[in-house]
Design a protein around this ligand. Structure first.
Ligand code: DAH
Length: 358
């Protein structure tokens, strides 16, 4: 047996016997490493006569390739064995408690808007939207609030810089402009609600410069005050979960409705606490009325052919009353402790797509 054959046999049997990847790597270094034995032999080639060098060079290269292949093959086997052993020894303890995960909470305003939407969805209303930055025309004029009308003063409007025509856009002071936008873009019949952001320059425990309203609009032939009353009585009773909740319609004034009515619900304020549905006191919760014929005309409708009713409610106010939240400013403080207290765990929230009654 030549020296090279003996060397080959030695390495191959060492490779076959290697029982770990570390052992195998030691063999690789010994055979093929820079200072390894095959490299050593390659270095000696320079001192040999040309014929012998050629033969030896070829033989050494073949040996080198064989050893490298044997190492790679053994490496795969050993890696598989190591993985199998690891899998066998490391079992998953399914009884171990999982790491605590912080749940997010649904903001009470989101929840309230969902509830309002679900109730009106059950009555066949769809949701409409409009821009936060509104033209003066939609926010006021089309709603029968012309430039010198006193109602403009009551709205504490945020005005933006005038545009090139000199008109000053506003941050919408109510969701009512979406009534006009919807009527302009659609033929009757119309049955929409408009939950959305509104803005007024006002800030105290019951007012915030940004707040939310939900508008409602129903237009069709022969719509009358009876429809308005039925829809709003049903809404109040379902929203507050009191079947026989007293609901009162009190004459009022809004430029865009005629006649107008404010809606009160029965409550008691005895002992400092507010109780909805009990006692003989009243609490104002929303504005409403029959759409003023002037508004219908502004939108291109013929008041002789179609009539309608509208209503508007403050979402924060409804949320405060239903969930006993005393200060409106806290809605926007982004305080996690507050949200954990007043918020809703999303998985606890019932599916609202069939309404609160469904
Ligand atoms: N836009 C009124 C406000 O912000 C609320 C309102 C009252 C809306 C009566 C209506 C309505 O649609 O009919 O105070």
């Amino acid at each position: 047996m030549s020296d090279l054959d003996a060397l080959k046999t030695e390495f191959l049997s060492a490779i076959a016997a290697a029982s770990s990847l570390a052992d195998l790597d030691a063999i690789r270094v010994d055979a093929l490493g820079k200072k390894g034995r095959i490299s050593g032999l390659l270095k000696q080639l320079g001192g040999m006569d040309p014929d012998a060098r050629k033969q030896m060079g070829q033989d050494l290269n073949i040996l080198k390739t064989e050893i490298a292949e044997a190492i790679t093959t053994r490496q795969i086997v050993l890696a598989d064995e190591a993985m199998a052993e690891k899998l066998a020894s490391e079992t998953v303890d399914v009884s171990m408690p999982s790491r605590p995960q912080r749940n997010g909470y649904l903001h009470p305003l989101s929840r309230t808007i969902e509830e309002i939407s679900a109730i009106f969805a059950d009555m066949g209303f769809t949701i409409a939207e409009g821009p936060d930055i509104e033209a003066d025309y939609y926010n006021f004029t089309a709603l029968n609030i012309p430039p010198e009308h006193p109602a403009r003063q009551e709205h504490d409007t945020f005005y933006l810089q005038p545009d090139e025509t000199g008109a000053r856009p506003v941050l919408r002071t109510h969701t009512s402009p979406v009534q006009v936008r919807t009527m302009e873009a659609n033929e009757p019949p119309i049955r929409i609600i408009v939950p959305g952001r509104t803005f007024r320059s006002d800030h105290d425990a019951t007012h915030s410069p940004m707040f939310h309203q939900c508008e409602g609009l129903v237009i069709g032939p022969n719509i009358h005050m009876g429809h308005l009353k039925a829809v709003l009585i049903d809404f109040c009773r379902i929203f507050f979960g009191v079947d026989d909740l007293p609901v009162r319609f009190r004459p009022s004034y809004f430029p865009f409705t005629e006649p107008s009515a404010e809606v009160d619900i029965g409550c008691s304020r005895e002992g400092g606490g507010l109780k909805i549905g009990a006692g003989d006191d009243w609490l104002e919760i929303l504005g409403s009325g029959m759409v003023n014929p002037k508004v219908l005309e502004n939108c291109g409708y013929d008041p002789e052919k179609v009539q309608g009713f509208a209503f508007g409610m403050g979402v924060e106010r409804l949320a405060m009353l239903k969930y006993g939240i005393p200060d409106l400013r806290t809605f926007y403080d982004s305080d996690m402790r507050w949200l954990r207290h007043y918020g809703f765990v999303p998985s606890d929230v019932p599916a609202l797509h069939t309404g609160l009654t469904g």
